[in-house]
Design a protein. Sequence first.
Length: 366
Amino acid sequence: MKLPKIWLKVTFHRDAGLSMAGHIHNRPENYGELPPSWFEPCLHSAYFHIAAKHFGAYPRAASGQPRLLPLLTFLPMLVAYRGALQPVAGIELGLAFPPAAHGLVGLFASTSETLWDAMMNTGRYTALRNAMFEYRSLQQGNMAVLELRPRVYLSEFEKFLSYATATALFNILRAAADDAVADTIRLTFPWAMPSLPRHLTQSELPFDFEAQTLSIQVPLDMAAKPLPGAEPGLCEQLKMAGEDELTRMMGSTAAKVRHIIRQKMNFWPTLNEVADQLAISKRTVIRKLASEGVSYQLLLDEARCELACWFLRTSDMRLSAIAEQIGFSDQAGFTRNFLRVQGCNPSQYRAALRGALGGARQTEAP
């Protein structure tokens, strides 16, 4: 199916605000196209809902099965809540995530035998929930280190997302350790110390700035101490489940089809074209997707819905124009698809977004 060529432009501004219509306004600071990585699934939908609750009312990310969402889904929230200009807000967001929000990652930490085991498991399996970063566990001198490096281009939101991710993992590890061990865990950031809100400076968080890397560090002797909630048998079972999930995420047919669809958004590929690119038959694609609990049509509908959400957030385009832009022959079909995937119709989504953005401006600190 041939579609009009889509150019998604993002302009970031000094006040990082959105108009009620969803347009970014005021004088531009940077201007460019979103990189393809922003359309790849990399951040879990659970984080969207928790962040929305933390910042205030915001439209739902998606209904149905929890899954990784593209960074594109989070972009309006990042802009509306000044993530580029007030990156330290990422610290508060990261600390707001309870360990249970991290799924298997939180369970790994709480059931590991030692904090070092928890750090290695966290480094191995965090990508199941947050694939924005690469995670590496290593020993440097007398320190156990969990190092984070951006895997995708995070634009002007790199500090905000780094703060949020690192402090969320920091929270997981502190929750798993007893007080004596938890008090030795430190976070390091590779930039100058920012101006922190008073309540954060008063809390004496163990943060080190102007370090060489973004990392979580703990003395090796403390990292080797047994954790109070250690359950080695359960942890091994969780590892098996984690490996299965990594395999599905990285090597499943659904993951490969999602990648092909998102790489060809200007020309949504047909099922036959997907099968040709995978070098397997159309029937085999259908069978493999069915065994994974999805279908080609569902994956295509998700991708089209995500693109529709972008237009609803960032433009005043009529629904009929959005329907045509993303490949629907009529507005009614677009509305049915959006309702099935998103859990609300396009007009409701846009209205909820505008209400949320208006509330964000009203509650924003002067």
